[in-house]
Design a protein around this ligand. Structure first.
Ligand code: UFG
Length: 329
């Protein structure tokens, strides 16, 4: 595998930058393509970096003509549910249409292995918990719809061109690399764990709990948090499967365990030793009460085993990163 060159699209983002690091640590050659619209150049820890978009035909043509790429990993998506409802075309243009351009260039250059960052949002409102891969896919927002559209596109490309792909449906990505050198950095942060930790560092005054009357034991939403390095570990296994001639598949990635918003805040208080004031607020539109992954399929098929099943440990890794981030500007 040492000589395989992997193109990581969106490698300057949160999950992509962890992927680049883990690919390099595993001995792969890496090219990162990122337009830096939401990514950060300094989070790309090595390999070659190309600034540009995945929908740029000319750039892709040059890239695939001059490099022998063994596989493409695609992390370059907009991923905010609320924003996708307000600006759907931004999502369909980038997440769907630009991905079609990328796939088209790949096929023309006979690059036929693809790992796709999909999401729990493809399932929509759960009809059963835990959510397995066979759960109906009825996304309720343009973000989830753009992702399921790509999953369907991939299936058609397999049939027509022999593209082999693995779609990884992430639940709530969280935590940071153990090195403390990379982590989650969003200019407009909306995710629970980073926001809670920004309260702990004093960057925010309090955390709002969006909804306290959900049909859950403490009234707040329950989510399945998965460490970013367990996500990248699954990508390495998926890559290995495809490079060894494996077939197309879709897998969930979560810990089969849910934590409520209140539990997350409580654990963050324990980890940080800070009071973290919380205030009860209205529900955020579109939030399902409970999202918990059934991830047995990837465990059985690829031997995936998470290293960070415990949320306290996940928050500890994020806390190391966020304390550093508090001094970054
Ligand atoms: N929450 C708060 N206060 C905040 C922020 C979040 O109470 O300030 C709550 C949310 O209402 C939700 C939970 O914390 O119940 C987690 O919210 P996040 O925004 O951290 O994550 P989501 O579950 O909304 O989103 C994640 C991914 C999306 C993906 C979605 C699938 O980030 O990309 O799961 O439903 F689409």
């Amino acid at each position: 595998m040492k000589n395989e060159k992997i193109l990581v699209v969106g490698g300057a983002g949160y999950i992509g930058s962890h992927m680049v690091k883990d690919l390099l640590d595993s001995g792969y050659a890496v090219i990162t393509l990122d337009d830096l619209s939401t990514g950060h150049r300094e989070l790309v820890t090595g390999g070659e970096f190309i600034e540009g978009g995945l929908g740029d035909r000319v750039l892709l043509e040059r890239l695939f003509s001059t490099h022998k790429i063994s596989a493409v990993m695609h992390f370059a998506a907009f991923s905010l549910v609320g924003e996708s409802v307000e600006e759907p075309l931004k999502y369909y243009r980038n997440n769907m249409a630009a991905t079609a351009e990328l796939l088209d260039s790949m096929i023309r250059h006979n690059v036929t292995r693809f790992i796709f960052s999909s999401t729990a949002a493809v399932y929509g409102e759960p009809v059963e918990i835990p959510i397995t891969e066979n759960h109906p896919r009825n996304p309720t927002n343009p973000y989830g719809k753009s992702k399921i559209a790509v999953e369907r596109m991939l299936k058609d490309c397999d049939f027509a061109y022999g593209l082999k792909y693995i779609s990884l449906r992430y639940f709530n990505a969280s935590g940071a690399d153990e090195s403390g050198k990379i982590g989650e950095r969003h200019s407009n942060e909306t995710h629970l764990i980073p926001l809670v930790l920004e309260v702990a560092t004093g960057q925010r005054e309090n955390i709002k709990i969006f909804g306290t009357s959900y049909p859950t034991p403490d009234g707040t939403c329950i989510r399945d948090y998965i460490h970013v390095s367990d996500l990248t570990k699954a990508h390495l296994l998926a890559l290995n499967a495809l490079l060894s001639g494996g077939d197309s598949e879709a897998y969930n990635l979560g810990n089969n365990r849910g934590y409520s918003v209140r539990e997350v805040i409580e654990l963050a208080r324990k980890v940080t030793g800070k009071p973290i004031p919380a205030i009860e607020a209205d529900k955020r539109p579109g939030d399902p009460a409970v999202l918990i992954a059934g991830s047995d399929k990837i465990k059985k098929a690829l031997g995936w085993k998470p290293d960070y099943e415990d949320l306290e440990t996940i928050i500890k890794t994020a806390w190391v990163w966020h304390q550093k981030e508090a001094t970054y500007t």
